[in-house]
Write a protein that binds this ligand. Structure first.
Ligand SMILES: Nc1ncnc2c1ncn2[C@@H]1O[C@H](COP(=O)(O)OP(=O)(O)OP(=O)(O)O)[C@@H](O)[C@H]1O
Length: 323
């Protein structure tokens, strides 16, 4: 439904987007991630037909954005960065205007408007000039405008930016509700949002795709994926040495904020599952265990490993303190 092929954007000598490509099918919510300045908004502007690519092409619901711009835009709802709107209009006037641009008329327009206003909870501010609304409400007006014509494809640039936690939750629920019959791209800096609503994540760094997979696939690349955390009732200073030769164990370190001699982080070699071996060795030693858990890894560790320049020069490190 949304197909982006080898997209490049140069501003003078600077390459902001450098060969980005991915496709999003119906029912998929793709989280588009990257650090500040990575090229997310520039990619989304090109995908929505608001910026001409230096190279590459985009198709929306089968329509080439450059060759069939009207058909492509009819099939697309786009929430740009900052959601620009006419400040002196009210949300009601603005959304009615957008609805008419989108060819909605009469009862259809009013039915759809009522539905969207209810979904995005805009009733309280419908008749207040947009320029007097809080940042969160302005963002919600933009989101209402993007989904008003119920398009099959959505590109949402940081849809929860500026919203309070309750509203963030509501907007994520709305995206989940819309997901089964739409193709959706959502850019965000909030990694928990990706795990909450996205079926797939693409990470870009300096204009290039550096990862593309399900959130679970990406988490499995975290340095601590399948590591085992041990908490002991009493200190056993030589436990690290006793675990060092368990099959698959790379090293044993003191976890961040851990208690020396009582807390241990056992890191596997190549994410090997080591829980059983570690547990068997602990049973043999007869040590009293307070807690024993497997780490699944965190998306933000993966994000940092793939996108920060320091991390790219060397493999992600655990704190150097030996347990
Ligand atoms: N019109 C422009 N002229 C020159 N450089 C631009 C222009 N638009 C964007 N850039 C540059 O392109 C790079 C990518 O910007 P972009 O806004 O796409 O990043 P982003 O990933 O959306 O960042 P953020 O997370 O901060 O919103 C940045 O270095 C930005 O300064």
């Amino acid at each position: 439904m949304i197909e982006i092929v080898d997209l490049v954007k140069r501003f003078g000598p600077f390459t902001a987007v450098d060969g980005v490509g991915f496709a999003v099918g119906r029912g998929e919510v793709l989280g588009f991630l990257g650090p500040n300045g990575a090229g997310k908004s520039t990619t989304m502007k090109m995908a929505a037909g608001f910026l001409t690519p230096t190279r590459g092409r985009v198709s929306i619901a089968g329509h080439d954005v450059e060759r069939r711009p009207l058909a492509a835009k009819e099939a697309l709802g786009y929430l740009p960065e900052g959601a620009p709107a006419y400040g002196d209009m009210t949300p009601r006037g603005f959304l009615e205007f957008l609805g008419r641009v989108r060819k909605l008329r009469g009862a259809d327009l009013h039915r759809r408007l009522a539905q969207v206003v209810d979904e995005i909870q805009l009733d309280g501010v419908l008749d207040q000039p947009i320029e007097t609304l809080s940042k969160g409400f302005k963002r919600r007006v933009g989101l209402a405008g993007a989904i008003l014509h119920d398009p099959p494809c959505l590109i949402l640039d940081e849809p929860t930016d500026g919203l309070d936690p309750n509203q963030k939750h509501e907007v994520r629920n709305l995206i989940r509700r819309m997901a089964p019959d739409k193709a959706i791209v959502v850019s965000t800096h909030i990694l928990e949002e990706v795990e909450a609503v996205c079926s797939r994540a693409v990470i870009i760094d300096r204009g290039r795709v550096v990862a593309d997979g399900t959130p679970q696939d990406l988490v499995a690349r975290a340095p601590e994926h399948n590591a085992v955390r041990i908490g002991l009732a009493n200190a056993v200073p030589d436990l690290a040495a006793r675990l060092a030769d368990v099959a698959g164990v790379a090293r044993v370190v003191l976890p961040e904020g851990g208690r020396a001699g009582r807390d241990f982080l056992v890191l596997p070699r190549d994410h090997a599952p080591i829980l059983e071996g570690v547990a068997a060795r602990l049973r043999q030693t007869g040590i009293a265990i307070e807690t024993l858990t497997v780490d699944h890894g965190r998306l933000d560790d993966v994000f940092r490993a793939l996108t920060s320049s320091d991390a790219r020069r060397s493999a992600p490190q655990q704190p150097e303190t030996r347990a």
